[in-house]
Design a protein around this ligand. Sequence first.
Ligand code: C2E
Ligand code: CA
Ligand code: CA
Length: 736
Amino acid sequence: MPALFKTKNKGSGIGRHATVTGVLFSFAVVVAVVTIMVLSALERVASKSNVLDDERSRETMSGALHTFAAQLSATLNDYAAWDDAATNVYASDGMEWTVSNYGEMSVNSSLFDMAIVVDDNRKSIMAYQEGKPMDGTLDDFFAPSLWALFDRVKAAGPGQTPEATGFVDTKTGIAAVGIALVRKKSGELDLPPGQHRYLIFARHLDAGKIDDLGTTYVIGGLKLVPAETAATYFVKIEDVVGASLGKLVWVSRAPGDIGYGEVRPMVVKALCLVGLFFVVLLVIGLLAGRRLRAEEVRAREETLRDRLSGLLNRDGLRLAVDSFVQHAAQTNRNVLILYLDLDGFKEVNDAYGHGTGDQLIRAVAAGLKVLIPEGAVLARIGGDEFAIAFTSEDGDAAALQLSEQILDFLAEPLEIGRRVVVIGASIGIASSVGGTVDREELVRRADLAMYKAKEAGRARMTLYDPAMDADREERNALELDLRMAIEGGDLTLAYQPLIDAATHEMTGVEALVRWNRPGHGPVSPEVFIPVAEASGLIEALGLFVLRKACETAKQWPELRISVNVSPGQFRNPAFVDYVRYVLRQTEIEAKRVTLEVTEGYMIQNPQRTRQAIERLKTLGVKVALDDFGSGFSSIGYLRQFGFDRIKIDRSLVMEILESDGQREMLQATVALARSLDIPVTAEGIETEQQAVAVRLFGCDTLQGYFFGKPMPAEQITERLLDARSKKMGARRISVA
Ligand code: C2E
Ligand code: CA
Ligand code: CA
């Protein structure tokens, strides 16, 4: 994978990390804030409930004090408004009754601990404390507020209850004190004022009583303290005149605090759970996000990949080479790029179908993968075009070496399923030294070099050369001119005689196309035919040559006419139809026409070739194998394809006199062809010796400058006329 993808991923990784931390941090903050808010709300609830509870305690406590006094008051009423008391207390011998019913009752009573009877003048008649006569005077024992209560009772008017209760300071503490007029239950009393007697009950708020209160009313730490003592929770005890006697204080139960203390850990736990939940959510989200991003990256990468081969595609290559060039510029390395075009892929596709073609592409891709150096990228940039790019410290050497290995690999027959196919490749190489040539230009150069390699023939590699640019321009201009020449009918034909080896008579001609390019002069077909083939102009050119040759040959009934056919034409399934069409149009006898085809195409597409040749032969035309001996051809093809004739290539004929090897080879080839009953033409005969030699070897037809260069049709006509008149002369002589 190109470095580019990696850097991109790394970059977004850092970004993602930052966002994750950010989101986690925000979550933490939110959870913390929520925790604080919930806790402070709870605290508020707690202190509120504390306050409420304290208020309740205070109410309870003051109620309790009230009840304490009220109980005393009820008891007092029972004892003072009593018919027996109204009799005995006032009786002169009532002392015994008074002591046993009042005084002695003050022991072990929860209701009162002192019972006193006084007269109207505050004089004590009986005073008992805890069941015993009390020591000292009343004034010593009670604070003066006792007499304020007493005065209230005395002052009670008709209709008012002559009773009063209140708290009074005593020598031993604070006591609830009640004073009541001793009278009949009905309230009546026969005695006049001045002779009245009063019952005083006192009930001390001692420690035991206070404990009882605390237990009864559920108030903790209840105790009595002096009025001046500072306290938070208390109830004041005041006497009748409103003077503070002391305070009942207690410890707040703080139920809110207790509840808060209990609830707080639960709340914290719950919020932690919420926090955890969010973290889990976040993690799930992150994972989902990561998966999405991974899918996105995969999808993006897929757009850079070729589906069939799994290699990078043209876009992928572009990115990779861009990053190579950038990298090379920084590190002063060289970017090397190889463009590779398979020879013969189209033929495999045509012959065996796309399935086999696809398999071939995969097989080539797999092979190339093994060959490329580490760090190199391999791309499929077209149907049968591949590219390899890598950086290197040395110049072209690495690329040349790799190309050689690739060519060696592709020269081997490839097994595709049960078929064995032979392909090859043309390789163009370009380099960007120190990243000085940008991707676009680099790719253009490699493409151009590849084109050159292809032009030069199969299985070649070519290094880009600036001269190629000039060539390319020249070639483009040539193509343009050629198109115009074809459209404008400016091409002409030359005809080269084909000679009978035995009689040296002209038996046929080969039509050879000629082009006088305006402003340039004559251009060799060896230059413009490849251009026509590469540009698709060959179809129109071929059609023109065939028609023109056939039309022209009509005036030479005794001659055969040979026409060259390019592989590009032969490959076209409609070719046979268009030959039939021209034959019909020009009304030439089919058997006089020979189509010369070169072997290149046959090797790659034997089945198609055989079919095409068969169909042509049903039209009646002959098919010759041209340039035999110049390439890969073997005699096997001759038999396989049913050629009517072979033409030994000029290159083989050239040296038969100088080279024994060449001569022997030509001899053997001709002998073999003849053994298969296939007649042989020798082309490129320039001397008489060559003509004699090839004739001896068995060639029945000869062609070459020795017998005549390609010439205009008129000269062929002249030659024919010459030959006819010579024949006539000879006949005349023989007749004479
Ligand atoms: P070819 O088919 O092998 O044609 C024979 C070539 O050898 C011709 O070159 C001819 O001028 C040349 N030649 C013939 N005798 C001699 C000789 O004794 N010595 C030497 N040195 N050369 C000789 P030309 O006309 O330049 O054609 C070159 C090639 O161009 C042809 O080779 C053929 O492959 C192609 N070509 C020519 N015309 C056409 C055409 O109409 N259609 C197609 N498809 N190809 C054509
Ligand atoms: Ca030829
Ligand atoms: Ca030839």
